[in-house]
Structure formats: structure tokens, C-alpha cells
Design a protein around this ligand. Structure first.
Ligand code: HEM
Ligand SMILES: [Cu+2]
Length: 667
């Protein structure tokens, strides 16, 4: 302790000195487990979000295949009714919170700093914290599966209340098990991670843009990331409050949603969808950003109607907060409310339609190059449009009375979430893979995976429109053979397996490329934005000199003004060197330790109201001390984090802007 105190020192790099205190020596390992656990590098954090998200995407896909296998024939017993409830609950929850959202977060981390000309995000350690807190949420949501493999561990299975957990199903009367408490805590903690990350990106995008990068020169992807971050901050509090109320109803005898105590179950639906509908735009706006980057690059012309595309994204985000009750048309809200929400929902089709016409306008008259990312981007436009069309059908309340809770709805949101969000994400992974790994995905295999996915996807979900119109309800464990749904389900399940083969091929090709793919330079697609101006993979410090931006499509401008830019860069490198070199933030243990404390605290807190029998012994007594230990660890780590100085270190570049070798491409 004395020795550590002696080490406390004043900060450096010319800021006013501040008292700091380091309990642990600063981690400096760039590679290995400790290097990844303690990193504050946005690129590495993005990689980890991406890796975890792809893992959960595959798990969510497996859950979906089990659902489809159960439904392949009538009266099937492939899985039990209880397990079926767990499968669709976890499939939906996983695909939304643990696959699509973190994949978008991966691209936010990977791309925003290098699209705006920055070296990292505004709060690097907070960024690390948001990642590990996300991992804690993912663990709490999935730990329940263990009780299927170790029966003596009585977690009560995985959460089984559906992804939107309607009250009173979430009350102790209907789901007494721990699984629902873990669902409540898991979603709550994921919300914390998203709010922390969103604050970071808003400050980064507004404050850390390179000179000359005005808001109307910002790449559309970064714009959509900004709008999405605001949606997260504004929407998440609604579900956070609702989850606290469920937790209180389950553990402390309150009656927020308990009818017998004067509570209102419908309140949960309002609070959930005030979050839930903006949530669908939180899922789809970043993919709209990927497509807005990919289409002009492979049409060889600027994006058509840039300002309109940007403002229609803002408009979608805004109107998206005024339509939530279209999920509740059949709850008897009354004609006025129903009409108002119906009109608002139809109105949202306008800015969405504008985007689609602008994308078509970008293609129009372009010199189209159909590389794999472009195939997925074109698939996105078509499939998302189909999902949008069935969305318009839902917005007509009388029609929705037929479609609500049927397979028509399942078809609708898979066209927007797979045909839309996932297709665009698959395009984005192919588009930016060369930037982060310096290798090109082989075209033949890339396109083959696209076609298998495209055909498999439509074979799975198109028939569901008709199954739904023929009355097949969602969340149905099995069905009788005389319902007229046999062929449709058989076909849909065959399609789902084909889709599975396509997804497998897609990722197998990526793994092959990572190890054996053809090496490429920093700009394989003749890109438009700043990330293509730096080496592939990018060095730790991203830019040898913070660029000056002269136009929208900044890198296209640089490529047509080479001499001017080279001169400018040389002067900037010199100037930065004269200021002591490039200042980079230090790594830190505390974000990770805080998250570990949160996991121990939350997991044991959830069990305080559940006798937990392990190996025949009630181990409840051990949960209180553990819950307290976790809480103390979280608080202590946060304090030590606050006392840990900004410190940092410097990278020195030679006159050509090259760093000493140790800081080159570094994964
Ligand atoms: C990969 C292929 C996929 C297949 C084959 C698939 C299949 C299904 C099926 C059959 C259901 C209905 C279960 C039922 O109501 O009984 C379902 C529900 C759902 N799916 Fe998917 N899905 C896939 C991907 C996705 C993706 C990528 C997302 C989101 C990003 C997603 C989100 C959902 C949601 C939210 C539900 C509702 C769960 C609930 O009712 O609580 N799915 N899926
Ligand atoms: Cu909605």
C-alpha cells in the first residue's frame, strides 16, 4: 500500500496536474488474454463485440432451427412445450440483444473514429466497460440453459416469457422460477451497457471530428450511428423502469402489474413498446447506414440525395417514438387512440420510402459493380421493402386484427430483421473485412453464400405470410394435421435448413479468408470515406496525422488532390511530433474488474428470493455474502478507476508518418 501511494504522481501531457493513485501497475500487454481484457483500443473492442455477436447469432440460429424442426410436421414431439417456450423466447431475445445490436455496436466501435478522423472514442475506458457489462448481461440471460444439462442446478431453465415478457406472465404466479429474474436483470444490464456506449459515441461524433468535417460532410453511417445512440438513450429508460417494476412485483410485493392489487398489466405493454418500437429502428438505422456507404461505392457515383437520406433517418427516429401502440391494436384501446397510432405508423413509411428511392436514385445511371457486399446490399433493398409493405398492412388496424399474433407477423419482422438488418450486416462484414484484416473474401464463395442465403430466407419466411392469413398463431408448440398448415410448415422448415447452410458457408468463407485470403492494400474498393485512407489493418493510432477534410466523400477528394494533401499531411505530422508525438490512452484493469463485480453481485442478488438446491443442499445462505462481495468489488473498482490518472503514452512517427514497427497493424 505505502509503495503504491509513493507511486502516485502528477499527470503529464501539459494538463493541470491532478492527484492520481494506481493500485495495480498499468497493463501494457498488447496481445494475449490480458492485452484483450484491458485494451481501450476501439478497434479491439469492436472486434470483441463482433466476435461475441457472431457467436450468439449462430446460437440464435440454432435455436431457430430447433423451433422449425419442431414445426416441420403436425403433432410433433421433437421438443417439449416448455422447451419450445424457452427456445422462441431466447431466440428472439438473443437475435435482437445479443446478435444484431452488438454487431451494430461492433461497427460503431470499428468505424466511427476512423470515419471522423479520430484516434479513439472520447472515453476509451468507459468503452471497455460497456463491452464487459454487455458480456455480463449475456451471461445472465443464458445461464439458465445450464439447468437442462445439470438437472440438480435448479435455475428453472432459460427465460420462457417471450422476448417482450408481457405481464402478468412475468409474475411469480405464472413463472415462479429464477429464469424470469435472470431475464429481468440480464436485459436491465444490457441496457446499462448500451446507454454508456451511446453517451460515448454521441460525445465522440460531436467533439472529435477532424478539422473540416462538418455535420453535412459526415458519412451517412456515422450519422445513423448518432441518431441510433440518441434513440438508445431516450428509449431505454422506459424499459428500465418497467423492469424495475416487474422486479419489485416479483420480490417485494408491489402491484404495478398485479390486477388483484389494483395494478394494470397493460401498463407493461405501453412501457415495453415505448422502448420496443424505437428498438426496431435501433436495429435497422445502422444497417441503413452500411447500405448508404456500399451502394455509392459500387455504383461509382456519390449518394443520391445525401441531405434527404440523413434527415429521413432523423425523421424515422423521431416519428418512431410516436407509434408504439400499433403493437396493441387488439387490446381495445378505443377508436381515437387506434386511429392516431395507425396514421402515425403509416406516416413513418414516408421517410423510409424516401430512403429507398434515394438508394435507387444512387444506382440509377451508375456503373454498377456487383461485388459480394453489393449483392447483399441489393438484397437488403428488395427484402426490406417487402417487410415494409407487410408493415403498412399491419398499420391498418382492421387488417391487423386478423394478422396480430399470427405467422403473418413472424414473416413481417423477419423480412425487416433478416432481409433488412441482417442482410445489410452481412454486406458490411464483407465490405469492411479487408480494412480490418487486410485480406479480400473470394468472390465466388461470397456470392454463392449470398444466393443460398437469399433463396433459403425467402423459402423460410414467404410461406409464413400465408400460414398466418390461414390462421396459424405464433408461439404454437404444435398443430393438428387438419389445419391446412402442413405443406407450408414443411416448406418453411426446409427453407430454414437451406438458410442455415448459407449462413454456415458465409462464415466458413470468412474463416478461410482470415487465414488464407488474398492480401489487399488499404483501398480495395476505391472507397469514398476516411477509413480507406489508412493502412489495413489500421495501426493503433489510426492516422499518422489527423486529416483535414475538404469535402463530403473526403477520401475521394484526397485521391483527386494528391499533391495538395501530401504536403498538408507532411506538415501535420511534423507539427504533431513537435508537440511530443501522438498521445494514446493507457490500458486499464478497472473496467473489467467493475464488470466482474457486477456479475457476481447481480447473479447472487437474483437468487436471494429463491432457495437454490445444488447437490441436494440449499446454498441460499452463501448468496448474501457473495452479493455483497460483488457490490463492493464493483464500487471499489469504479473508485480506483476514477483515481487512475489519464496518463497515456506517446507514439513517435518518422517524417513519412511511419511508426516504429511495434505499433504497426496489431491484432
Ligand atoms: C436465422 C434464421 C431465423 C429463423 C429460421 C427464424 C425463425 C423464427 C420462428 C419460426 C419464430 C416463431 C416462433 C413462434 O412464434 O413460435 C421466430 C421468432 C422470432 N424471431 Fe426469428 N428466425 C431467424 C432469425 C431471426 C433474426 C435474425 C431475428 C432478429 C434480429 C429474429 C427475431 C425473432 C423474434 C424477435 C421472434 C419472436 C420471439 C417471441 O415470440 O418471443 N429471428 N423466429
Ligand atoms: Cu412497432
Amino acid at each position: 500500500m505505502a509503495k503504491a501511494l509513493a507511486k502516485s504522481s502528477f499527470t503529464e501531457v501539459g494538463h493541470a496536474p491532478a492527484k492520481t493513485f494506481d493500485l495495480f501497475p498499468r497493463p501494457t500487454a498488447k496481445t494475449g488474454l490480458f492485452g484483450w481484457i484491458t485494451t481501450v483500443d476501439h478497434k479491439k473492442i469492436g472486434m470483441m463485440y463482433g466476435g461475441f455477436a457472431i457467436l450468439f447469432f449462430l446460437i440464435g440460429g440454432l435455436e431457430a432451427l430447433m423451433i422449425r424442426t419442431q414445426l416441420i410436421v403436425p403433432n410433433n414431439h421433437f421438443v417439449s412445450a416448455q422447451l419450445y417456450n424457452e427456445l422462441f423466447t431466447m431466440h428472439g431475445t438473443t437475435m435482437i440483444f445479443l446478435a444484431v445490436m452488438p454487431l451494430n455496436a461492433a461497427f460503431f466501435n470499428l468505424l466511427i473514429p476512423i470515419q471522423i478522423g479520430a484516434r479513439d472514442v472520447a472515453f476509451p475506458r468507459l468503452n471497455t466497460f460497456s463491452l464487459w457489462v454487455w458480456v455480463v448481461g449475456a451471461i445472465l440471460l443464458n445461464v439458465g440453459w445450464l439447468s437442462h444439462f445439470v438437472p440438480s442446478w435448479k435455475f428453472g431453465g432459460a427465460p420462457d416469457v417471450g422476448w417482450f415478457g408481457y405481464a402478468p406472465l412475468t409474475s411469480k404466479v405464472f413463472t415462479p422460477d429464477l429464469s424470469t429474474d435472470l431475464w429481468v436483470l440480464g436485459i436491465q444490464i444490457l441496457g446499462l451497457s448500451s446507454i454508456v456506449a451511446s453517451l460515448n459515441f454521441i460525445v465522440t461524433i460531436i467533439n472529435m471530428r477532424a478539422p473540416g468535417l462538418t455535420m453535412m460532410r459526415l458519412p451517412v453511417f456515422t450519422w445513423m450511428a448518432l441518431v441510433t445512440s440518441f434513440l438508445l438513450i431516450l428509449a431505454l429508460p422506459a424499459i428500465a423502469i418497467a423492469l424495475i417494476e416487474v422486479m419489485f412485483d416479483r420480490n417485494f410485493g408491489t402491484n404495478f402489474f398485479e390486477v388483484s392489487g389494483g395494478g394494470q398489466p397493460i401498463l407493461w405493454q405501453h412501457l415495453f413498446w415505448v422502448f420496443g418500437h424505437p428498438e426496431v429502428y435501433i436495429l435497422i438505422l445502422p444497417p441503413m447506414g452500411y447500405v448508404s456507404e456500399i451502394l455509392p461505392t459500387f455504383s461509382r457515383k456519390p449518394l443520391f440525395g445525401y441531405p434527404i437520406i440523413v434527415f429521413s433517418g432523423v425523421a424515422i427516429g423521431f416519428i418512431g417514438f410516436g407509434v408504439w401502440s400499433h403493437h396493441m391494436f387488439t387490446t381495445g384501446m378505443g377508436t381515437i387512440a387506434t386511429a392516431a397510432f395507425s396514421i402515425a405508423t403509416m406516416a413513418i413509411a414516408v421517410p423510409t420510402g424516401v430512403k429507398i428511392f434515394n438508394w435507387i436514385g444512387t444506382l440509377w445511371g451508375g456503373r454498377i459493380v456487383t461485388r459480394t457486399p453489393m449483392m447483399f446490399a441489393l438484397g437488403f433493398i428488395w427484402m426490406f421493402m417487402m417487410g415494409g409493405m407487410s408493415g403498412i398492412m399491419h398499420s391498418a388496424a382492421p387488417a391487423d386484427a386478423q394478422q396480430q399474433d399470427s405467422y403473418f407477423v413472424i414473416a413481417h419482422f423477419h423480412y425487416v430483421l433478416i432481409g433488412g438488418a441482417t442482410f445489410a450486416l452481412l454486406a458490411a462484414i464483407h465490405f469492411w473485412f479487408p480494412k480490418f484484416f487486410g485480406r479480400l473474401v473470394p468472390e465466388f464463395w461470397g456470392k454463392l453464400s449470398f444466393w443460398i442465403i437469399f433463396v433459403g430466407f425467402n423459402c423460410t419466411f414467404f410461406p409464413m405470410h400465408f400460414l398466418g392469413l390461414n390462421g396459424m398463431p405464433r408461439r404454437t408448440w404444435t398443430y393438428d394435421s387438419n389445419m391446412g398448415w402442413n405443406e407450408g410448415n414443411m416448406f418453411a422448415t426446409a427453407g430454414a435448413y437451406l438458410l442455415g447452410v448459407g449462413i454456415f458457408t458465409y462464415f466458413a468463407v470468412l474463416v478461410y479468408t482470415f487465414f488464407k485470403g488474398e492480401k489487399c492494400g488499404n483501398d480495395p474498393w476505391d472507397g469514398r470515406t476516411l477509413e480507406w485512407s489508412i493502412p489495413s489493418p489500421p495501426p493503433e493510432h489510426n492516422f499518422s496525422a489527423i486529416p483535414t477534410v475538404h469535402a463530403r466523400d473526403a477520401f475521394w477528394y484526397e485521391k483527386t488532390h494528391k499533391a495538395e494533401i501530401a504536403q498538408e499531411k507532411a506538415a501535420l505530422i511534423k507539427a504533431e511530433e513537435s508537440h511530443g508525438g501522438i498521445h494514446m490512452p493507457d490500458q486499464s484493469w478497472y473496467p473489467f474488474f467493475s464488470a466482474v463485480g457486477l456479475l457476481i453481485g447481480a447473479y447472487n442478488m437474483a437468487q436471494l428470493h429463491h432457495p437454490v438446491i445444488i447437490m441436494g443442499k440449499d446454498v441460499l445462505s452463501s448468496h448474501m455474502p457473495l452479493a455483497i462481495t460483488g457490490g463492493v468489488m464493483l464500487l471499489t473498482s469504479c473508485y480506483l478507476w476514477a483515481l487512475e490518472g489519464p496518463a497515456g503514452y506517446h507514439i513517435h512517427l518518422d517524417a513519412n508518418g511511419n511508426p516504429p514497427d511495434s505499433h504497426g497493424g496489431h491484432y
